[in-house]
Structure formats: structure tokens, C-alpha cells
Design a binder for this molecule. Structure first.
Ligand code: GTP
Ligand code: MG
Ligand code: ZN
Length: 349
């Protein structure tokens, strides 16, 4: 197998190191390294040097939604005419969220997260903060793409709301003004992987179609509140010019962070610095003497609202962790219960 050629699909040394000598050199077994492009309930599609392949996945990797996602690299083995996954490579990152109380992998091995938001009723700075935190947490460079520039009445209004987020990569664009898309070309170089994420109707698929001449389906938004209609229904990875991986995702209704503490820390690093300077280690930053946070607020170094946002995100994160742990315990309980019933039935028959 020519591993260096896989670089154009995003392959890296990190994956190569996970191959055994036998897997690299064995001439008799039919091994194939592939990158996952689509994950459906009963069909998984992956891309390799010879094009797309359907692959099968054994029960050791179930539930699939928790173990495998578009962007993952897998080692497959040809058996009975099917390529079967025998190894999922440890990815450099995996974006997860919580869905129905359980973690779900959205995408893996990303370089950039294009956080797409539109400058209209949909715009919500708190949601944007969460997405930026999410990217930081998973060690992916966040890029904010503010779409529908042609509909803006007051660009400054939207930009000023994002000041405190400190995002170096911010791109106001419109598909109706093609030159506005030029700045996004900087992210398109061989071997990079980009996922577009954001609410339904912000224009993720439209942007992809315009930039990469694809035919993802798109649909107009509801006029009353600019909300979309969940047009894209599954995550899909495709390659632009065969060397840049682009992932379109369905708009999420509610973004639940998964263990976002680290990400929050980076978004609010100035507050974390201050907290370490408080006199008491268990300072609640409300009315303690020598509280560095309160001092910074009264000196206008940070704003009260910025600090409130930090506290709110932190609280949400705590309650989500509790919920996730609870759901896990309930599932484990039922699994053990059904196993017992099952084995008792077997004994009977
Ligand atoms: N005026 C204007 N409309 C846009 C722009 N980009 C997208 N739209 C419109 O916004 C609507 C929704 O776009 P989609 O691309 O379907 O949105 P999406 O983010 O993929 O939505 P989901 O697949 O549901 O998550 C479509 O009617 C697009 O034509 C833009 O730059 N300007
Ligand atoms: Mg879409
Ligand atoms: Zn304090």
C-alpha cells in the first residue's frame, strides 16, 4: 500500500504509527486503509486511493454512533467479498455532542471547524460562544463564517457582539457576492479537513455548493424567524479536488457540549487567570474580600456580562455531566437486566 499517497485524503503520521509491521508488510492478506465518508444505520461508506468502498463493521464497534464518524480512518480486511473494519485508528480529534443523554461522535480528524451563522434573526452570540468553546476543547481551529452578507443592514452591529470572543478567523460572506468567498480559500490546502457546523438554514450546504460546485440539497428558511427546515439529514464527507475533505452536517437544534470545561477555559482565559489570583481558593467571586474577579469588574478590565456568561456556561456543563453519567448508569442497568433475562430464557429452552 502506498501510504504517502493517502496524505491527500488527510492521512497523517499519527495513524501510520498505529499500524503494526505485519499490517504494513503483509502481502497475503488484503488490507485496505480507508477514510469514512458516510455512516448510515445499515451502510457505511469510505474513501481510499481506489475510490469509494462500502465497508462493514462488526459488533465490537457498536453502538456505531459512539465509536465511528465521518472523517475516521479505518483499517479493513477483505473477507468474502466485503471490506470489514478491523481497526479504527485513534483520531487526532473527535467532535462529540450529547444526543438523548448519550455521547455521539459528529466528525473526526478535523483541522478546521467552520462555525456558520447568519446575520439575521438566527444570530445568537451565546450559541456562537458554545461553538467556539467546542472547537477549542477538541483542539480544532475555529473559523466563524457569517453568511448572508447581502441581507445585512448593519454589519457593525453583528461584529461588535463578537468582539469579546477574540476570534482571529472571522469571515462575513455571501453566496451572492462571489468575491466575498475568496478569503475562505486560505483554508483549502492539500490534506486539510473542514467540517461546517451551525443551525439549520444558515446556509452551510449553499456555501458548499457555491464553493465546491456540489449539489447538496438546500431549502429556503421560514420567514417569520429565519429558522431552517433541517434540509441536510446526514453528515457527509466529500473531497474537493481530491485533496481537501469537506463535511456538511445537518443543523443541530440544540448544541450540548460534551465535557467542554477545557474549551470554556480557553474562551474565557482572562477570567481563569483572574480566578487564580483571588485570595481564597474557594472564592465564589460574589462578595469575598480580595476577589480578583470582582476587582477587575469594578476596574472595567472585564465586563460583568462576560463573567456572567462564563458562570452560566460552567453551570450548564456541570448539569450536563450529571445527566450523562445518570443516563449511562440507567443504560448499564438495563443491559445487565436484559442479559440476565436472556440467559435465563436460554436455559429454559
Ligand atoms: N440571501 C442569501 N441567502 C442565502 C445565502 N446563503 C444561503 N442562503 C439561503 O438560505 C437558505 C438555507 O440554506 P441551506 O444551505 O439549505 O442551509 P443549511 O445550513 O444547509 O441548513 P440545514 O441543512 O437545514 O442544516 C436557502 O434558501 C439559501 O438560498 C446568502 O449568502 N444570501
Ligand atoms: Mg444543509
Ligand atoms: Zn474571587
Amino acid at each position: 500500500m502506498s501510504f504517502s499517497k493517502l496524505n491527500q485524503l488527510g492521512w497523517s503520521n499519527l495513524c501510520f504509527q498505529q499500524l503494526s509491521y505485519e499490517e504494513i508488510c503483509d502481502e497475503n492478506t488484503c488490507y485496505l486503509v480507508l477514510r469514512i465518508t458516510e455512516v448510515h444505520r445499515n451502510r457505511i461508506v469510505a474513501m481510499g486511493l481506489n475510490g469509494e468502498q462500502s465497508v462493514i463493521c462488526g459488533s465490537e464497534y457498536h453502538p456505531i454512533s459512539q465509536n465511528l464518524a465521518v472523517g475516521d480512518w479505518v483499517l479493513t480486511e477483505l473477507a468474502n467479498g466485503h471490506y470489514k473494519i478491523i481497526k479504527i485508528f485513534e483520531p487526532k480529534n473527535r467532535v462529540r455532542r450529547i444526543s438523548n443523554g448519550l455521547p455521539q461522535v459528529i466528525a473526526a480528524n478535523l483541522d478546521y471547524l467552520w462555525i456558520v451563522t447568519s446575520a439575521n434573526e438566527e444570530f445568537n452570540v451565546k450559541r456562537l460562544e458554545r461553538y467556539v468553546s467546542l472547537a477549542h476543547e477538541f483542539d480544532i481551529t475555529p473559523v466563524v463564517v457569517l453568511t448572508k452578507l447581502d441581507l445585512f443592514e448593519d454589519l457593525e452591529y453583528f461584529l461588535s457582539q463578537m468582539d469579546h470572543l477574540d476570534i482571529p478567523n472571522l469571515h462575513p460572506v455571501s453566496v451572492n457576492q462571489p468575491e466575498s468567498l475568496n478569503t475562505l480559500q486560505t483554508y483549502l490546502y492539500e490534506g486539510t479537513s473542514i467540517a461546517l457546523i451551525g443551525s439549520s438554514g444558515v446556509g452551510k450546504s449553499t456555501l458548499i455548493n457555491k464553493m465546491f460546485r456540489t449539489t447538496q440539497s438546500t431549502k429556503e428558511v421560514r420567514e417569520s424567524d429565519d429558522h431552517g427546515k433541517h434540509t441536510t439529514t446526514h453528515r457527509q464527507l466529500f473531497f474537493k479536488d481530491e485533496n481537501v475533505a469537506i463535511i456538511d452536517t445537518p443543523g443541530v437544534r440544540e448544541l450540548q457540549l460534551y465535557n467542554a470545561e477545557q474549551g470554556i477555559e480557553r474562551t474565557f482565559s482572562s477570567i481563569i487567570d483572574l480566578i487564580s489570583q483571588c485570595k481564597y481558593s474557594d472564592c465564589t467571586h460574589t462578595n469575598e474580600p480580595s476577589c480578583a474577579v470582582q476587582a477587575a469588574i469594578s476596574d472595567n478590565i472585564i465586563s460583568q456580562s462576560h463573567f456572567d456568561k462564563y458562570m452560566k456556561l460552567l453551570k450548564e456543563e456541570e448539569s450536563q455531566q450529571r445527566r450523562a453519567v445518570g443516563a449511562h448508569a440507567v443504560k448499564a442497568h438495563y443491559r445487565a437486566y436484559f442479559k440476565k433475562i436472556h440467559s435465563e430464557n436460554k436455559e429454559k429452552w
